[in-house]
Design a protein around this ligand. Sequence first.
Ligand code: CP
Ligand code: NVA
Length: 312
Amino acid sequence: MQAPMHTERPHRDFLNIVDFTPAETFALLALAERMRTGAYTERPLAGKALAMIFMKSSTRTRMSFEVGANQLGGTAHFLSPRDVQLGRGEPIPDTARVLSRYVDGIMIRTFAHQDVVDLAQYASIPIINGLTDLSHPCQVLADVLTMQQHLGDVRGKTVAWIGDGNNMANSWIEAAAHLGFTLRLACPEGYDPDESFLADARAKGGDVQLLRDPREAVHQADVVTTDVWASMGQEEEQAKRALAFALYQVEAELMAKAAKHAIFLHCLPAHRGEEVSADVIDGPQSVVWDEAENRLHIQKAIMAALMGGVAL
Ligand code: CP
Ligand code: NVA
């Protein structure tokens, strides 16, 4: 029998928050914090390359992975559906096998989460989820890093999620149970988060509460966060959603119900006057620019661990 041309090597992926153990996640946050403060100056990606597949738009994810890979000594390569054969129907398994011969990791942003699972199954290199319709784990780890930066230890804190039970909400649910903080979600009926994420978090003993009233969710919370009412791919539902979410805007009166020291987070892009008022997102409690910056630091830590051999 002919020997295989290419030896598969074991690799780890980051498709959801739970792909790192809680201890590894705290180590990842500590590494990212060293990157944030400038204490970390090593280049574990020297000679390595990251492919970045974007089937949806991006400002932060693209730039932070690209710049982050460069800062760690590696390169990052942007692949858009307009230019790559995946966009013309080349199968995911074939794309996975081919890219595995060229690069040392793949970051992918796409619609169906199953496509990312399939990519990971057929690739012999680490796969990083840069957002799917189901989850956005890199963003939520950046958000947790921002919590730590402004509030200290995240364990025992309370986070209020206001609005859509979308990809961000699902990753927040995982993070809460995984890292030991309380999550209160206020979502209008019909827009609940994924049932299996809720069930998994509760099975782990996580304090995750699904509510309808935003005031109840925000009461004395340490963090108030929200996201757009219509995510990428839901643009045609915008008008219907604007009605369903009308009472779910994070505005000054709602923010005032949180703890005095509370911070406001938003993954961005934001729609002022829809999910958040301008005075909140541009106000003194908002730390959204630190949050956006932290995408760079946490993703560098993720790449260093998955692609650069840095132990957690
Ligand atoms: N928050 C976030 O993922 O931003 P982009 O869509 O700009 O990447
Ligand atoms: N929920 C939003 C997040 C954007 C970063 C979306 O999926 O479009």
